[in-house]
Write a protein that binds this ligand. Structure first.
Ligand SMILES: Nc1ncnc2c1ncn2[C@@H]1O[C@H](COP(=O)(O)OP(=O)(O)OP(=O)(O)O)[C@@H](O)[C@H]1O
Ligand SMILES: [Mg+2]
Length: 336
């Protein structure tokens, strides 16, 4: 992410639950968890936020701390390579703090085992020394709330998943909610965004607020350079054409995956690793970033034998689907 985008993104982050648009179920559930705990005067149960990138997991973690009026300590799974890294983090916590671990499915094993104990009993055993002379020193941890974020809750080990008292399943946003996100962002950025312009951008944002905000900034550039700054329907359409964003909002990687699936593998079924190699990407990226949206858009089906292109995918690529192509209907399984 380039610097300008990063700064803008943090200025666009919703600061409390009332500013957080959409995700009505998650918001209601979370509100209950937080209010209940506050009434009892205890830190709330540990919370797991699960869903594809850009849906607002980091924003929600920050909001949880803000709603509780406590500090947020931030780290990520890949940063916790050794148990010592986590022990340092945990021993610095103050009662009631929110510890946010992003990409928690990537936490290393020894740190994960230490985390079990900390989550359950608010203590850790720090091992000092090696071999037969090693001793373990128990260390108290202040009662805290762990907020974990993951794009792959299925990759979490059972024991870790079981220690979360509440899992928020984040869903892709409806276009109407994305229009609200865009209207809010336009207000903050001082962009003259017309409702029809918002409809156009929302429809191509892959159900994802981060993408909606990014497209808004690119459309704004176009409107300011080639037009008078106003983002209406025709400006939005013209701008999005320049940036290669198609009617469904499929990006380069989405299109590469569908293209390979249809053209190189006859529509599948094909394994996700083979597909990833064909497009030069990591299997995890294809699986976590690309597929959830392609499944939701009814373009791709996950079957026990591998990934299959639906009839809609063939049509979207301007090809005639084979007679036995599956339809996209009934694809409820987005991500685990
Ligand atoms: N519900 C929302 N209302 C308004 N804006 C939102 C909402 N959710 C996300 N956003 C916007 O989208 C951006 C990305 O959100 P965020 O960083 O929280 O996503 P994320 O789920 O943590 O993504 P990743 O998995 O990539 O870390 C935020 O900067 C914010 O502007
Ligand atoms: Mg995040």
């Amino acid at each position: 992410m380039v610097a300008e985008d990063r700064d803008v993104e943090s200025s666009l982050r919703p600061k409390d639950l009332s500013e957080f648009i959409g995700q009505h179920r998650v918001r209601e559930q979370l509100q209950l968890v937080l209010t209940g705990a506050q009434r009892r005067g205890t830190p709330p149960d540990h919370v797991l936020l699960s869903g594809p990138p850009g849906l607002g997991k980091t924003s929600l973690a920050m909001i949880i701390a803000a709603e509780l009026g406590t500090a947020l300590r931030l780290t990520s799974g890949p940063a916790l390579e050794r148990a010592g890294d986590l022990a340092a983090m945990l021993s610095n916590l103050v009662e009631g703090d929110v510890l946010f671990i992003d990409e928690i499915h990537r936490i290393a094993r020894p740190a994960e085992e230490m985390l079990y104990l900390a989550m359950e009993d608010f203590r850790v055993d720090v091992v000092v020394g090696k071999g037969p002379g090693a001793t373990s020193i128990p260390l108290e941890v202040a009662p805290f709330t762990l907020v974990g974020a993951t794009t792959r809750s299925g990759a979490l080990t059972g024991p870790l998943r079981d220690r979360f008292g509440f899992t928020a399943h984040m869903e892709f946003y409806e276009p109407a909610d994305l229009q609200l996100v865009l209207a809010r962002s336009a207000r903050i950025l001082g962009v003259d965004l017309r409702p029809e312009g918002a409809v156009e951008i929302a429809g191509r944002s892959r159900g994802t607020p981060r993408i909606a905000n990014r497209l808004l900034r690119r459309v704004r550039d176009f409107a300011e350079v080639r037009g008078n700054g106003t983002v209406d329907r025709s400006t939005a359409r013209a701008a999005l054409a320049v940036y290669d964003v198609d009617e469904l909002g499929l990006d380069r990687l989405d299109k590469a995956v569908l293209g390979a699936l249809v053209r190189s593998f006859g529509g599948g079924p094909v394994g996700v690793s083979t597909l990833a190699v064909a497009v030069g990407e990591e299997p995890a990226t294809v699986e976590e970033v690309c597929e959830p949206f392609l499944v939701r858009a009814g373009m791709l089906a996950r079957t026990p034998r591998g990934r299959v292109a639906t009839a809609a995918a063939w049509t979207h690529l301007g090809l005639v689907p084979p007679p036995d192509a599956v339809t996209g209907a009934g694809q409820a399984v987005l991500f685990d």
